[in-house]
Design a protein around this ligand. Structure first.
Ligand code: NDP
Length: 222
C-alpha cells in the first residue's frame, strides 16, 4: 500500500487529497495544525498528526512520530495567502509569515523527510500560477506571489539536490479552486483540481523532475 504525507489536511485541497487517496487505498498520513480540526481527515481514513509547518520543533516531533515509515509521496499542501500585501501598504511581518509558510516550511519538510521517501519518491508542493513571472499581468499580492515564485525555486533546487536518490520534485498549480482561500466564485471545484493533480503526480517520471505543472498536466512558464 503506497503512503502519502499531506500537510494542511483539515480543509480545502488538503482534505480533498486525503479523501481521494484514502478512497484509492493509500495509507494517508495527514497533518493538521489544530488537533480539534482533524476529524474530517480521520473520518476519511487518514492517520492524523498535529504539525505547524512553520515551527521546526513541530516538524521534528512529526518526524519522530513517523520514524521508520516509508513514504512514497510528500505533498506540501499547506499554505496561506496573507493580508495587507498591496503596493503602498506592505506589512513586513505578514510578508515574512507568508514566505515562512509557503516557501521555507516545504523546504524544511523536504529536509526532514527526504530519507524516508521510497518507491516513486515524489516531493510535490502546491504552488500557484500567481507565482509565475509570465502570468503576473495584474500586480499586487506581493507576499503570496513572491512566496510561490520562491517555492518554485525551492522545488527546482530539490530536483537537483535529490536527483541522485531518485526523487522527483514537482511544483503543482491547482488552478483557481473554490476553497476558503480561493473563495466562492472560483471556477473549479476541489474534486476536479485534486483529481487532476493526482493524475499528474501518478504519471510523473524522471523527465518531469523540477517542472511546474498545472492540474491538467500542462507545463507552466516560470
Ligand atoms: P485553505 O486556506 O482552504 O487551506 C489551507 C490549509 O493550510 C489549511 O489546512 C491550514 O490549516 C493549512 N495551514 C496554513 N498554515 C499552516 C501552518 N503554519 N502549519 C500547518 N498547516 C497550515 O487553502 P487551499 O486548500 O485553497 O490551498 C491549499 C494550497 O493550494 C495552498 O498552498 C495554496 O496556496 C494553494 N493554491 C490554492 C489555490 C486556490 O484557488 N484555492 C490556487 C493556487 C494555489 P488551518 O485550518 O489550521 O489554518
Amino acid at each position: 500500500m503506497p503512503t502519502i504525507l499531506i500537510t494542511g489536511a483539515n480543509r480545502g485541497l488538503g482534505l480533498e487529497f486525503v479523501r481521494q487517496y484514502a478512497k484509492d487505498g493509500w495509507r494517508v498520513l495527514a497533518t493538521v495544525r489544530d488537533p480539534l480540526s482533524g476529524r474530517a481527515a480521520s473520518d476519511s481514513g487518514a492517520e492524523v498528526y498535529v504539525a505547524d509547518i512553520t515551527d521546526e520543533a513541530s516538524i521534528r516531533r512529526l518526524k519522530a512520530s513517523l520514524a521508520g515509515t516509508a513514504i512514497d509521496v510528500l505533498l506540501n499542501n499547506a499554505g496561506i495567502y496573507g493580508e495587507n500585501q498591496e503596493f503602498g501598504g506592505i506589512d513586513v511581518e505578514g510578508f515574512l509569515r507568508v514566505v515562512r509558510t509557503n516557501t521555507v516550511a516545504p523546504l524544511k519538510m523536504a529536509e526532514a523527510f527526504a530519507d524516508q521517501l521510497c518507491g516513486p519518491k515524489i516531493i510535490a508542493a502546491l504552488s500557484s500560477k500567481m507565482g509565475s513571472m509570465a502570468d503576473n499581468t495584474s500586480g499586487g499580492a506581493y507576499a503570496y506571489r513572491a512566496s510561490k515564485a520562491a517555492l518554485n525555486m525551492v522545488i527546482k533546487g530539490l530536483s537537483v539536490d535529490l536527483a541522485a536518490s531518485g526523487v522527483i520534485a514537482l511544483a503543482l498549480s491547482p488552478g483557481w479552486v473554490r476553497t476558503d482561500m480561493g473563495g466562492p466564485t472560483a471556477p473549479l471545484d476541489a474534486q476536479t483540481a485534486v483529481a487532476g493533480m493526482r493524475s499528474v503526480i501518478g504519471g510523473a517520471t524522471l523527465k518531469d523532475n523540477g517542472k511546474f505543472l498545472h492540474y491538467d498536466g500542462t507545463e507552466l512558464p516560470w
